[in-house]
Design a binder for this molecule. Structure first.
Ligand SMILES: [Zn+2]
Length: 264
């Protein structure tokens, strides 16, 4: 809450928070329907507006908590993968049993929008590449949740090179017939959209997410036409074949699990 002094009588004005911030106040104004929501209620509802379904942006740790069963945390690099030297078999071959237990294991990479707009510099590129290589090594699928303004300009061409590097790692994953699910959240733009975010075996978006390469103003100026309503939002992109699914946050985990089971 801020006080806005224009006339002699000060009028209270609700401060609109930057979209990238997770609201911490008691009350939050919804970006979608402009209603005032009780913050606790919003958090309980996975940061989805209970009135209009608007998906607020969430942080990478919140996202991980949402997608992974906390009862079964799996530590990365915790051990060695099992082999089947005895060609063991009871009612089922050991190899098949292992596969059955491994099938819902994935490598999950989540971009953090709060860190410089989720921009992709060398480190982001390296980590996603390593995530893909780790999935390959472990013979499991890869899930990447994108939230990014695009390549990080401060690292110039080095940022752009990440697009090719990650794409090459994903191609190796594809050769090994391992699934890659790309989850696009608000916003996914620029070089991230132009590379790995759109290379998923399935490209899944959250409702209302801004997804595109260049901003609408740049496009309008370039083509000299005004853009249709809902342009660059998940639903529009789904309709025009750029996405495979638009999935509400509440159903994301189950959908990802179902898709991974299907691919294995
Ligand atoms: Zn709303």
């Amino acid at each position: 809450m801020v006080w806005f002094k224009k006339s002699k009588k000060p009028k209270p004005v609700v401060a609109v928070r930057p979209r990238s911030q997770v609201p911490e106040g008691l009350w939050v104004k919804c970006e979608g329907c402009r209603e005032i929501i009780y913050s606790k209620e919003l958090h309980k509802n996975l940061m989805i507006c209970p009135k209009c379904g608007y998906h607020f942006r969430i942080s990478a740790p919140e996202r991980i908590g949402l997608l992974i069963d906390e009862e079964q945390p799996r530590e990365l690099f915790a051990g060695v993968s099992p082999v089947d030297p005895l060609k063991f078999r009871d009612t089922k071959p050991y190899k098949g049993r292992l596969k059955q237990y491994q099938e819902l294991t994935v490598i999950l990479a989540v971009m953090e929008y709060r860190f410089m707009g989720g921009s992709m510099g060398s480190v982001v590129g390296e980590k996603i590449t390593r995530a893909a290589e780790e999935a390959l090594r472990r013979d499991v699928g890869l899930v990447v949740v994108s939230a990014s303004g695009g390549a990080r300009m401060q690292e110039g061409a080095l940022s752009l090179m990440q697009m090719a590097k990650i794409s090459a790692a994903l191609a190796r994953l594809r050769e090994a017939r391992l699934p890659f699910l790309s989850i696009l959240t608000d916003p996914t733009t620029g070089g991230v959209t132009a590379s790995f975010a759109m290379l998923g075996d399935l490209n899944i978006a959250e409702p209302g997410a801004l997804i595109g390469f260049a901003g609408p103003r740049v496009i309008e100026q370039t083509i000299g036409e005004s853009l249709p309503e809902g342009f660059q939002r998940s639903e529009f992109l789904l309709q025009h074949g750029f996405l495979d699914m638009v999935v509400p946050r509440t159903e994301l985990k189950q959908t990802v699990a179902r898709c991974l089971r299907h691919f294995h």
